[in-house]
Design a protein around this ligand. Sequence first.
Ligand code: NAI
Ligand code: MG
Length: 351
Amino acid sequence: RPMDTHRIALIPGDGIGNEVTPAACAVLDAIGRRHGVRFEYDTYDWSCARYLTEGAMMPADGLERIRHHDAIFLGAVGDPAVADHVSLWGLLIPIRRGFRQYVNLRPIRLFPGVQGPLKSGTVDLVVVRENVEGEYSEIGGRMNRGFPEEMAVQEAVFTRTGVTRVVDYAFTLARTRRGHVTSATKSNGIVHTLPFWDELVAECAPAYPDVTWDQEHIDALCAKLVLDPGRFDVIVASNLFGDILSDLAAAVAGSIGIAPAANLNPEREFPSMFEPVHGSAPDIAGLGAANPVGAIWTAAIMLNHLGYVEAAADVEDAIATIFAKTSLRTRDLGGTAMTDEFVKAFLDVLG
Ligand code: NAI
Ligand code: MG
């Protein structure tokens, strides 16, 4: 059959972003050959490195340049010489918001053969994080800088539209999994926004009679995620809660180096962005020792989004096979394997 071709905007970024992105592309190309898909990459140097020479993470018309790509794949951005809010608000947040990527999807699995920090238990869950509003709001300000009355105010913003669409996404996703949603809340302490969140979840739920659901306060939820992660299937959470939960869950599953993420515009009016959860890891950058599994699993989620469900499953199965059948482990998982060895193992498994 003729090859489908997809144009991907590639933003390797900083540090190990430049090491895991080529690894993900090598796997994408290999799986593409097997499933009749071809990827064409346009690479952009948007990064903290660019900020240090040109004063901006990306050009002023950056979003225009990637608006018509089928997807965006990002490695990681961050540099000790650049404040973290610059890299976040200068690149990631404009893309997430400008392209209405209101779902941040973070699947977490403890693969057999990977030694997690916990004694036992299965971990197979997805954190669905609200990605464009909530606590990460632009509303607020600073006053009286340098005086004793110096102050900062930041308003959390929860809208009916914003909460409803992410909650609907979570319930729809749960139908394709084990059929359970947990809503992260804190409506006992945060008395305006989170009771509103709870009400909207309760309004959405009856449309999914085949999905069971409950809600947990974020503090108790964190404890349960450590003590009994197997009880969770889909967790839906606000922007800040979802951010924290997904790093915690990734750690419970062994390493942040294997955790993937997708920033989705479910309506497909704009490209979605795929990026591993980890950052630029300046402490190991340049050594060729980064774990590429987070980026490779992220590539699998991109395949799934583009409609190649079997190809995506093949990549995820390859991850499971490598962990189960080989002793290859990068240093974040207590081993000494290098990024290249992992990529070679993938290419062997995928044929
Ligand atoms: P980090 O994820 O870069 O590193 C945390 C620890 O995990 C480090 O010890 C690192 O060596 C290790 N690690 C992370 N990914 C790994 C991998 N694939 N293989 C092996 N080890 C891995 O988080 P950190 O140190 O808090 O942030 C470093 C920089 O990255 C900062 O500038 C931060 O702002 C940025 N960052 C960027 C993100 C993004 O681009 N989406 C996300 C998180 C952080
Ligand atoms: Mg985070």
